[in-house]
Design a protein around this ligand. Structure first.
Ligand SMILES: NC(=O)c1ccc[n+]([C@@H]2O[C@H](COP(=O)([O-])OP(=O)(O)OC[C@H]3O[C@@H](n4cnc5c(N)ncnc54)[C@H](O)[C@@H]3O)[C@@H](O)[C@H]2O)c1
Length: 260
């Protein structure tokens, strides 16, 4: 007879859980997707990059999990509600939502256009509203859920690692505020809401650093280490798993001590 414990051990701590990962085709997102799947979860990947999302979904299906790749512009409220409804009707609900879509653009405040401002807010904050709005009703209905948002250390330190990050920092600070307020709002529905605040990660975006730039960056980080995407993904699995049931409203820096 297979008991619950051995079943969990063979299938992973997230066996049977249904996860949505936005920005899943991106550098951090794809590591999160494969790590959630390795922990036993089915994964729906929502990303502007439709072919990247579908290729990754195919890779996950090859490991025996269910996976969907959905190409959608997450700044488009109606399109996101439609994509969300498709995932919920296909799977009957969602247990884990990882809001990872986003990204910064360097622009100095004194010359920033309204378009750059609006694009940064839409890409990094409105996407979190649109997607969470699409999946929260089914989580409230099932009285359980884990929402994990990717903010940034820029929300805490003002983007000291990259000058010209005001719009990005403001949007990510919005994610921090949303995370805390929503955590309070849905706590009694059995839903936790937390955010990661990564510092500089060892993603391809860093590959073009000059030695001087890399040295200046490491001088800002007490551990002198860039974040490893795998460590971030393992933290997502922890926050989505059974040990984190009573952790909510947490903003967790993954930054080598930069924000101390
Ligand atoms: N890489 C880092 O050092 C770092 C540090 C702190 C925070 N972050 C945050 O982590 C997240 C992932 O970063 P990354 O380095 O993997 O970036 P990335 O550019 O590799 O991936 C971002 C993904 O989001 C998707 N995306 C962007 N806008 C979208 C939209 N409107 N609709 C649908 N999909 C959209 C992109 O297509 C891409 O696949 C971002 O929110 C970023 O701000 C990254």
């Amino acid at each position: 007879m297979v008991n619950a414990h051995s079943d969990e051990a063979s299938n992973g701590t997230l066996a049977g859980k249904r996860a949505v990962v936005t920005g899943g085709a991106g550098a951090l997102g794809r590591v999160i997707v494969t790590t959630l799947a390795a922990a036993g979860a089915d994964v729906a990947i929502l990303d502007l990059d439709a072919s990247g999302a579908e290729a990754l979904a195919e890779q996950v299906r090859a490991t025996g999990r269910r996976a969907l790749g959905v190409g959608v512009d997450l700044t488009d409220f109606e399109a996101v509600q439609a994509a969300g409804a498709t995932v919920v009707s296909e799977w009957g609900g969602v247990d884990i939502l990882l809001n990872g879509a986003g990204g910064g653009a360097v622009s100095f405040f004194h010359e920033m256009t309204a378009q750059t401002w609006n694009t940064q807010i839409e890409r990094n904050l409105t996407t979190v509203f649109n997607v969470t709005r699409a999946f929260l009703p089914s989580m409230i209905e099932q009285k359980s859920g884990r929402i994990i948002n990717i903010a940034s250390i820029a929300a805490i330190s003002g983007g000291r690692l990259v000058r010209g990050a005001t719009a990005y920092a403001a949007a990510k600070a919005g994610v921090v505020g949303l995370t805390k307020a929503l955590a309070i709002e849905v706590a009694e529905d059995g839903i936790t809401v937390n955010a990661l605040a990564p510092g500089a990660q060892a993603t391809p975006g860093r590959d073009n650093d000059t030695p001087e730039r890399r040295e200046a960056l490491l001088d800002q980080i007490p551990t002198r280490l860039l974040g490893e995407p795998q460590h971030l993904a393992d933290t997502v699995v922890f926050l989505a798993g059974p040990a984190a049931v009573n952790i909510t409203g947490l903003i967790l820096p993954l930054d080598g001590g930069h924000s101390i």
